[in-house]
Design a protein around this ligand. Structure first.
Ligand SMILES: Cc1ncc(COP(=O)(O)O)c(C=O)c1O
Length: 411
């Protein structure tokens, strides 16, 4: 029977219904189906506009349909999308050179995602440990960290809720409390092959690592011949207003290995392991690889992105500062806001109340944000965001916050 117009599902509803029937039910998506985007805005299937302050969880660094990226994708797609790693193409080398110039780490391996970059980094750690003696297999990571969903990355993810269904994971992983340098010192020893730090915990609620912890990790990695790995998959490549978040500290603590992904391809899947010579030498011919990784298309887009990023770094810092101080003002008016954390355009607002309904209400009001760890509103707007767009987001948040009941007041 043909449905009457009143019964006909919307285009968005039809998309959701079909997915419910045929997709693995692993995501709890928001009820929103998107068709297109322009700058910092996206549009759903019914044409409604949303200000995008989550940007594909930090992926859409230049927002949507950036003219230079669109032009270049068109051009490169007509030339060569992919040729496998059996052959060379023109863009892996220049992109790796660029990464070396901006990071101080000499060699790159390209991956397709963050978790795949972590897997490669963990293989470096294992190969490094195996070179010394067979007992050197321990890896130290931090509580509350998030490193990805594959088995290796999960093994070093410091949140039992993600690991519990997939045990046993990698043996020899030890976790230390967030930022506790003394605890780190107490667990690192000759058997430690790697120390992993998520430089700014993103999924964990926007917690930057302390300089003291990073310095201690460097000192211990040197003392015990372990590799120091910084996961900058969410906080790296401009997000904090520096090329990499570790460059914001004084003095700078350099890792042996850094993992990158999210913003690197402006929406195309590309990640990277960037390593110094010592760490890179652990991987010899045939020891690692990936069919799709480092395609001509993704690498050329990432190169173009770096070209644009250089000019954007000051505005990431400026607009991010503007956003944080305005959120601070909002916080002063609402006692349920506990803390604002972050740097550049990676910002968390810690609440004393659950954030989920605020996220849903913001969406209904045309603003996309997300909530992590139940109470932390996470803002990852695109790097091209302006103060005016920040004002629009703030106006929406301010309205929604005014409707919340003060903490302690029951319904
Ligand atoms: C810090 C960090 N590491 C690793 C990952 C995993 O990246 P991917 O989802 O691309 O595998 C994420 C993803 O959210 C992340 O934020």
């Amino acid at each position: 029977m043909t449905p009457t117009p009143a019964e006909a599902p919307t285009a968005s509803q039809a998309v959701m219904d079909l997915e419910r029937e045929y997709l693995l039910q692993n995501y709890s998506r928001y009820p929103l189906a998107l068709r297109r985007g322009k700058g910092a805005y996206v549009y759903d299937l019914e044409g409604k506009r949303y200000l995008d302050f989550i940007a594909g969880i930090g992926v859409n660094a230049l927002g949507h349909a950036h003219p230079r990226i669109v032009k270049l994708i068109r051009e490169q797609a007509a030339l060569l999308i992919h040729c496998s790693n059996l052959y060379y193409h023109e863009y892996q080398g220049p992109l790796a050179k660029k990464l070396a110039e901006v990071s101080g780490l000499q060699r790159t391996f390209f991956s397709n995602s963050g978790t795949e970059a972590m897997e490669g980094a963990l293989k470096m750690v294992r190969a490094h440990g195996n070179k010394s003696d067979s007992g050197k297999i321990e890896i130290v990571s931090m509580d509350n960290s998030f490193h990805g969903r594959t088995l290796g990355a999960l093994s070093v993810t410091g949140q039992p809720k993600y690991r519990k269904d997939f045990e046993p994971l990698l043996a020899g992983v030890r976790f230390v409390p967030q930022g506790d340098a003394a605890a780190l010192e107490s667990v690192v020893n000759e058997r430690t092959a790697g120390i992993v730090i998520e430089w700014v915990q993103g999924e964990g609620g926007i917690f930057p690592v302390s300089v003291e912890y990073a310095q201690k990790a460097r000192e211990l990695a040197d003392r015990y011949n372990a590799l120091l790995i910084f996961d900058e998959i969410q906080c790296g490549v401009g997000r904090t207003g520096a090329y990499f978040a570790y460059q914001l500290t004084n003095p700078i603590v350099l890792p042996d290995v850094m993992t990158l992904a999210k913003p690197l391809g402006c929406g195309l899947p590309i990640g990277a392991i960037v390593a110094n010579e010592r760490a890179a030498s652990t991987i010899g011919p045939g020891m690692h690889g990936s069919t799709f990784a480092g395609s001509a298309l993704a690498c050329r887009v990432a190169l173009e992105f770096f070209d644009i990023l250089e000019g954007l770094l000051p505005s990431i810092e400026r607009v991010g500062g503007y956003f944080r101080s305005a959120l601070g003002e909002l916080a002063r008016k609402h006692s349920f806001v506990k803390e604002i954390r972050g740097r550049g355009l990676m910002i968390g607002m810690d609440l004393e109340i659950p954030g989920k309904q605020i996220v849903l209400d913001a969406m209904a009001a045309g603003l996309l944000i997300n909530c992590t760890h139940d109470t932390v509103l996470r803002f990852l707007p695109p790097y091209i965001v302006t103060e005016r767009e920040v004002d629009v987001a703030l106006k929406t948040l301010s309205k929604l916050f005014s409707k919340q009941k003060p903490v302690g007041q029951t319904a």
